[in-house]
Design a protein around this ligand. Sequence first.
Ligand SMILES: [Zn+2]
Length: 239
Amino acid sequence: MFVWREDLGGARIAFTDRNGGVSESPYGSLNLSSVTGDRPERVSANWDLVCNGLGVGAEQLAIMRCVHGTDVLELTEPPQRTRPAVDGLVTSTPGVVLVALVADCAPVLLVDAKARIVGAAHAGRPGLAAGIVAATVERMRSYGADSIVARVGPCVCGECYEVPQTMQDEIASAVPAARSTTRWGTPGLDIGHGVLAQLTDLGIEAAHLPICTMESPDLYSHRRDGNRTGRMAGLVWLE
Ligand SMILES: [Zn+2]
C-alpha cells in the first residue's frame, strides 16, 4: 500500500503504490483516481483503505486536480468536495492532508517541521520547466518557512523517458539537469533529477526515492500502460 512513509518531526509523509486495493484490471488495485475510467465506488473504497492505513479521515484530504501549471494554493481547511485545479498546495493547518496524484510525474513533498508549514507539488514535464517546485517553495517561505526538507516520490526515470530532441532541448534550456539519454541511446528527460537540482538550487535538502514507475510492477505508469491505468498519491500533513 505504501512505498514510503516517514515522520519528519511532527509532519508526516507517505507515497502509495498500486497494491492492496479493490480495483480490477487494468486499474488494479489501489487506484486513487477515477479520471481514467475506474469505477468511482472502487476508487472511494481505495481511499478509505489508504486513510485507515494512515490514521486520517477522508474528509481531511485536499486532492489537487493537476493541470501542469504553476499556481499554488494555500489552504486553511480541506476543500469540501472540490479539487483545486492547481499543481501546488501549502498549509500550516494541522490535519489538512495535501495530496498530489501521479503516474510518472514526480510528487514533491515539502516540510518545515520547525515553522510548521507543509507543501505538496505535482511536477510533470511542463511543471518542471515552468517552475512549480520553486513556486511552492516560495509560497512556503512567504509564510515563514526557512528550513524546508523535501522528499521526491517515484517517477519515470531518465533512462526510460524518451522524448523528441526538440522537446528535450526545450525542457533542458530551463532545467539543464533534466537532460538524459535513454537506455537505448535516444534523447530523454529525467524529471526526478531535474526536480532535485531545482531543490538544491533553492538550498533545500532533498531525497529522491530511486524507483522508476515504468520499471516497477508495483507502480502505475502512464507511459508504460497508456490512458487506462491508475494513479498513486503523495501525501503530506501536519499532525
Ligand atoms: Zn526507468
